[in-house]
Design a protein around this ligand. Structure first.
Ligand code: FE
Length: 257
């Protein structure tokens, strides 16, 4: 049996990937769904998100947005040109796509601003406790784990599910209508760019990971990759939950005073 993986089917179909990858995708689906179907998006889509929750979300998610190209750079450090086909694919892809991330932090600040959270608050405000778990996890897995694990946890899992929720919010007329008309386009740019319509990044990351691992990786390696993907979804879910229940520190202090 051929152990090298080379994709022949369509890129954006799970059936084009090795059975082990199809299995872990299916096993991680409940965790992914908890992010995709989170009440945060319903609150935005229905135009009923309160200022505190939006502030917590913008400030709490900022580090993940801001650090994302750095996670990719940490993964790039693991590649070595000419070592394997998977290495070459990863190196080429990461070099090109770090560049694509260039303006995304700025667009996040534009979104925050338009949604009533001043950029200074995003840059300097205190993130609600528990919201930094995804960032810490991405840093750890990209810095210290294998190339396949790092790319699956970040470019496949985080980017993949982000594309799904971004599309839901971007498609919402009620959300767009809840924003001031002036500057609505720049406010929505981050969402527009990350909406999953034809975002191939997560699929490409999956293809690279499968090329690195081959058709028959050891069961313990597969289990480890599954755990890495699941941790990405769980850390995102946990962060979203903390945005709902936490208040900014100043408000907590004001109330206590
Ligand atoms: Fe981005």
């Amino acid at each position: 049996m051929k152990t090298d993986f080379e994709r022949t089917g369509p890129m954006n179909e799970v059936s084009s990937y090795p059975q082990w990858a199809q299995d872990i995708i299916a096993e991680c689906e409940p965790a992914r769904r908890r992010v995709r179907d989170h009440v945060m998006w319903d609150m935005m889509i229905e135009g009923r998100i309160d200022r505190t929750t939006m502030r917590n979300f913008m400030v709490g998610t900022w580090s993940l947005i801001e650090r994302f190209p750095s996670f990719m750079a940490l993964n790039l450090l693991k590649t070595q040109y000419g070592r394997s086909r998977g290495d070459d694919m990863a190196r080429r892809w990461l070099v090109r796509n770090i560049r694509v991330e260039q303006n995304h932090a700025e667009y996040w600040l534009d979104w925050a601003d338009g949604a009533g959270v001043p950029r200074v608050e995003v840059l300097k405000g205190r993130a609600p406790s528990g919201t930094q778990t995804a960032t810490e996890w991405c840093h750890e897995v990209s810095g210290r784990d294998s190339l396949a694990a790092g790319m699956l946890a970040t470019n496949y899992a985080i980017e993949g599910v982000t594309g799904e929720w971004a599309q839901k919010v971007y498609d919402s007329v009620a959300y767009a209508d809840s924003l001031p008309l002036a500057g609505r386009k720049p406010t929505l740019r981050w969402l527009q760019l990350h909406a999953a319509y034809d975002d191939t990044h997560p699929w490409e990351a999956l293809e690279i990971a499968c090329t690195l691992m081959g058709n028959q990786p050891a069961p313990e390696d597969v289990e480890h990759l599954r755990e890495c993907i699941e941790r990405s979804y769980l850390s995102l879910h946990y962060g979203l939950e903390r945005c709902l229940v936490q208040q900014p520190m100043e408000e907590v202090e004001e109330q206590a005073a």
